[in-house]
Design a protein around this ligand. Structure first.
Ligand code: NAD
Length: 260
């Protein structure tokens, strides 16, 4: 089961798992892009169940689990990939934006993981959560996004210790920048949303295919943490060893989005 399946990374994950012969439940909010993805995978010989839903709707997610088990008989791997971002300084941001980001990025992952647990126990399966460098370090102009990704670490690192004896693996993935639509879709500061300016990246952008391949292998190896690119590995050590210097560098590089 892959959430955010119609997006840049989600679609690449679907293609990777389809290539491995997996049966895929593809979950996404956007029915049109989901249809296009599912048609392409099906034409290529994949077995795909299309589930258009909002991951923050716990009853819809529960129904999606039932539909998946009804069609495929089990749940072996869930990838909590659906995510949204915002770019806006907190002082100018409607708190509803922060709540919205938490609803999708954190509570969406909670909904799917909680509903899938009984089936993952039977299959001794795997859980993955797509976090970010913003899940372990600060990121200016994304207080809500960083909070939602940090929350994934507290949640899934704790859950791993609850599930290790049941044979379920938990993999947290922290990419830096991937060339997808997430920057263009980012919310701005107001409730209507679409006011974010252009995003600044640092250290280049990975392709979704490259990151999907690394995630596929990390889940197969039952790896607890994946830092899939050079920038994410540098950021991990830099932010841990020299947090003050890291915060200054990050502000210098990304703060230009806000003329800071
Ligand atoms: P994307 O915008 O291309 O894809 C996100 C997908 O999630 C979209 O198809 C969207 O329709 C879906 N989605 C959004 N809200 C949803 C909801 N409420 N219910 C169901 N589906 C919903 O972005 P992406 O870059 O492919 O993002 C995938 C994951 O990777 C996200 O969790 C993101 O935070 C993370 N990530 C991305 C980057 C990057 O630079 N692109 C870096 C680090 C982490």
């Amino acid at each position: 089961m892959i959430t955010g399946a119609a997006g840049g990374l989600g679609a690449a994950l679907c293609r990777r798992y389809a290539r491995a012969g997996a049966k895929i439940a593809a979950l996404d909010l956007d029915p049109l892009r989901l249809d296009a993805l599912v048609s392409a995978l099906t034409i290529a010989g994949g077995e795909v169940l299309s589930l258009a839903l909002d991951v923050s709707d716990s009853s819809a997610v529960g129904n999606a689990i039932s539909a998946t088990v009804g069609r495929f008989g089990s749940v072996d791997v869930i990838i909590n990939n659906a995510g949204i971002s915002h770019r806006s300084l907190l002082g100018e941001t409607d708190p509803a934006i922060i709540r919205k980001v938490m609803e999708v990025n954190f509570f969406g992952a909670l909904n799917l993981t909680h509903a899938a647990l009984p089936y993952l126990k039977s299959s001794q399966g795997s859980i993955a959560a797509i976090s970010s460098v913003a899940g372990f370090s600060p990121l200016i102009g994304r207080t809500g996004y960083a909070a939602s990704k940090h929350a994934l670490h507290g949640f899934f690192d704790s859950l791993r210790s609850e599930l290790v004896d049941a044979g379920i693996s938990v993999t947290i993935v922290c990419p830096s920048f991937i060339a997808t639509g997430i920057g263009g879709a980012a919310l701005g500061s107001d409730r209507d949303g679409k006011a974010a300016g252009p995003r600044v990246t640092t250290g280049g952008e990975s392709t979704p295919e490259d990151i999907a391949e690394k995630i596929f292998l990390a889940i197969a190896r039952r790896q607890p943490l994946l830092l899939p690119d050079t920038t994410s590995r540098l950021a991990w050590w830099y932010s841990r060893l020299l947090p003050g210097a890291y915060a200054r560098t990050m502000k210098h590089r990304v703060g230009s989005e806000f003329k800071l």
